[in-house]
Design a protein. Structure first.
Length: 184
């Protein structure tokens, strides 16, 4: 079902790598042949990598913003910064209040989530296609003017500590899994 939904969804994927929106598009857009829909890629002059793929069978759009940073970039003994920053991305920006990004997406009929791997931090939003410009604006606003202050950092830290406590309580093998990851 999820596979079918994914292929029927209008895809417009934007991969933004730690850059602001803007700059001129690089002229040599290239097509990918191994994906069921046409894929066009652009490299902006500011380093932004944009990937577009369209399927007009449903009036939905997905926006994915991926930053090339994750736990692998952290120093041994100083872990959690990438996860803290993932949480900070919802703590507000110059034009959007704390947690308002989520509320705007949800009120517009969309859904969103964020995840982190060892080498990437990914923000995903799927909304009705008439909400595309709003999602792009939200993403560019938090890229440009994320509010990083002591209060937001402390709140994000507390939320992470609470989440870890809940996860430990639910999963008795969690610490063993983390230790195995460290050993690997």
């Amino acid at each position: 079902m999820n596979e079918l939904f994914r292929y029927k969804t209008k895809l417009l994927i934007l991969c933004l790598s730690l850059s602001l929106l803007g700059g001129r598009a690089h002229v040599d857009a290239q097509e990918k042949k191994d994906f069921p829909f046409p894929v066009t890629q652009y490299k902006r002059t500011n380093g932004l990598h944009v990937i577009l793929s369209e399927d007009h069978s449903l009036p939905l759009v997905s926006v994915v913003v991926a930053y090339r940073v994750g736990s692998i970039n952290e120093e041994p003994g100083k872990t959690g910064l990438a996860y803290l920053m993932e949480n900070m991305m919802f703590m507000g920006s110059e034009n959007v209040n704390r947690m308002q990004h989520m509320s705007i997406i949800n009120r517009g009929g969309g859904e969103l989530n964020a995840t982190m791997t060892e080498d990437k931090t990914i923000f995903f939003q799927r909304v009705p296609s008439n909400q595309l410009s709003r999602v792009l604006w939200l993403e560019s606003d938090r890229m440009k003017s994320l509010q990083i202050d002591a209060s937001n950092v402390e709140q994000a830290k507390q939320a992470i500590l609470e989440e870890i406590s809940l996860r430990k309580a639910r999963d008795p093998y969690l610490q063993s899994s983390w230790r195995f990851d460290q050993l690997l």
